[in-house]
Structure formats: structure tokens, C-alpha cells
Design a protein around this ligand. Structure first.
Ligand code: MN
Length: 265
């Protein structure tokens, strides 16, 4: 389902509610940080991004998999998680809008989290108009349609009733299940993550069509690139990993000049 609702910032051409005028300030896009306590350098890079890099932004969009896993908003009682939410809340305090889309790992991020982070939740996919251009945003997992098993899981996992049942479990059961899924899956504890399935041309064409956008931005595949597709341009966001010997990461910046992929400071 493609949804489109007015954003409160320049992304929709609507005068901002923030403390600063939303003139030609850029929009920033990130995804796939997979934050957790075990990756302190990646966490530090995120803190720098929010405190320093984002300072000039009109809005920050996080297109999924901000956290390694999310098993319910009662995770907010964890000091690390609370610290991340408080950090993100400084954006709205500084007049910078924060939009968060669910990923395949943190699709249970709920209202309590969004409130604590000062964030507005975006459905997947979602269309914005930025600087006069329509842009379709997605996490990207729904575009990997060759992975039938995963798509079946996704259908189940996004079912509200199934989610209600899961969230009613004791916290330690949920954590156990999440940890089992992490260690069983090919992109569990082993990093760098390899994801077997890329997006399919058919799913990409369908999204270009449904959104009437000539630009798509998504993450998930950990294959950062700018693709020329029959339907338009497809930007793939980089995943972040500064804890396994490399320096992966970066963000997309959109302003009146266009879209640019930038490395971390
Ligand atoms: Mn993902």
C-alpha cells in the first residue's frame, strides 16, 4: 500500500513548526545502522551524526533497521536504548524534524518509542515531495520478492494480531526468540552482513509505477549505489559498521541542487 500524508516540514512544502525557518535546508537520509550496545564505534558515529552533521538539516529520515532488533517499546527501560531515544529527541528540540520508517528488524518500534525520540513514523513505502521532486521512500525488504520464505514471514510479522500476541509474551521470551533468530539467520552475528537477495526489477518497476516518482530511496540490501532503472533513479543507502575493522556508513543529502551520497564526517 502506498501512502502519502503531509509532512510538517519543507519535504512537503509546508511551513515548518520548528524553531527555525524551513527554507532551503537539506533533507538527510540514513538506514541500516543496526544499533546495539556491542558496536560502540557505530553508536559514536550515530551520536556525531545527530549532534553535529544533522545540524544544518531540515529533516532527518531513518529508513529502517536503526536498531539490530526491537521486541517492544518496553525495551525503552534499557539505559542504552533510552540514551539513543533521548539523543534523537534533541533533533526536534533543535527544530529538525525526525521521520522513522520500520525496517525488517525493528518493525515493532511503537508509539512510545516514537514519542520518546520525538519522531514521526512513516509507513513503508511513502512518497515525499522534496524541492519539487516526488521521491518514493522504502526500507527495501519488501522489494526483495525473490525471497519467498522471507516475504511469507513478513506478511505474518506485520499482521497486527500476530504482533499483539507476541507483545503479550514476557520480555525474556521475546528476547530469547529475537536472539535465536539473530544467531540462526545468515545476517545474524557474523558481520559484515551478507544478504542473499537483492531487490527484483519487477518490484522496483512496480514501486516506480505506483508512486509516480522518478526517484526511489531505500536501504536494507547493504549494497549502496545509484542505479539507473527503466523507471528512474534508485538510490541505495549504505549500512553503517565501524566496529569490524572497516569504516562503512554514510548518508544521502537532498537540497535544491539535487541528491548526493556523502561519507560520514
Ligand atoms: Mn533490513
Amino acid at each position: 500500500m502506498l501512502q502519502e500524508t503531509p509532512l510538517r516540514s519543507v519535504a512537503a512544502g509546508v511551513p515548518g513548526e520548528g524553531k527555525r525557518p524551513h527554507g532551503a535546508r537539506p533533507l538527510f537520509f540514513i538506514s541500516d545502522l543496526h544499533l546495539n550496545e556491542a558496536i560502540p564505534h557505530t553508536v559514536a558515529a550515530f551520536e556525531h551524526f545527530i549532534r553535529i552533521t544533522a545540524e544544518e538539516a531540515d529533516s532527518v529520515f531513518i529508513l529502517g533497521d536503526l536498531f539490530e532488533y526491537w521486541i517492544g517499546d518496553d525495551m525503552l527501560s534499557d539505559p542504552f536504548v533510552a540514551r539513543m531515544a533521548t539523543l534523537m529527541h534533541t533533533l526536534s528540540e533543535r527544530g529538525i524534524a525526525l521521520y522513522i520508517m520500520h525496517g525488517n528488524r525493528d518493525f515493532l518500534l511503537g508509539k512510545r518509542f516514537m514519542k520518546m525520540a520525538g519522531a514521526i513514523w512513516l509507513p513503508d513505502p511513502f512518497v515525499i515531495t522534496a524541492f519539487g521532486t516526488r521521491i518514493a521512500l522504502a526500507h527495501g525488504d519488501a522489494l526483495c520478492t525473490a525471497d519467498r520464505g522471507y516475504q511469507l514471514f513478513r506478511l505474518f510479522a506485520r499482521n497486527r494480531f500476530a504482533q499483539m500476541l507476541f507483545l503479550a509474551w514476557p520480555f525474556r521470551w521475546r528476547r530469547k526468540l529475537a536472539e535465536n533468530m539473530r544467531s540462526n539467520s545468515e545476517h545474524g552475528r557474523m558481520r559484515p552482513i551478507s544478504i542473499k537477495y537483492d531487490v527484483t526489477p519487477k518490484a522496483v518497476a512496480a514501486l516506480f509505477n505506483a508512486s509516480k516518482a522518478a526517484t526511489i530511496i531505500h536501504g536494507h540490501t547493504h549494497l549502496p549505489a545509484r542505479h539507473r532503472e527503466p523507471g528512474g533513479t534508485r538510490w541505495v543507502l549504505p549500512d553503517w559498521d565501524l566496529d569490524h575493522g572497516g569504516h562503512r556508513g554514510g548518508y544521502l543529502r537532498i537540497d535544491a541542487e539535487g541528491i548526493r551520497a556523502l561519507p560520514l564526517d
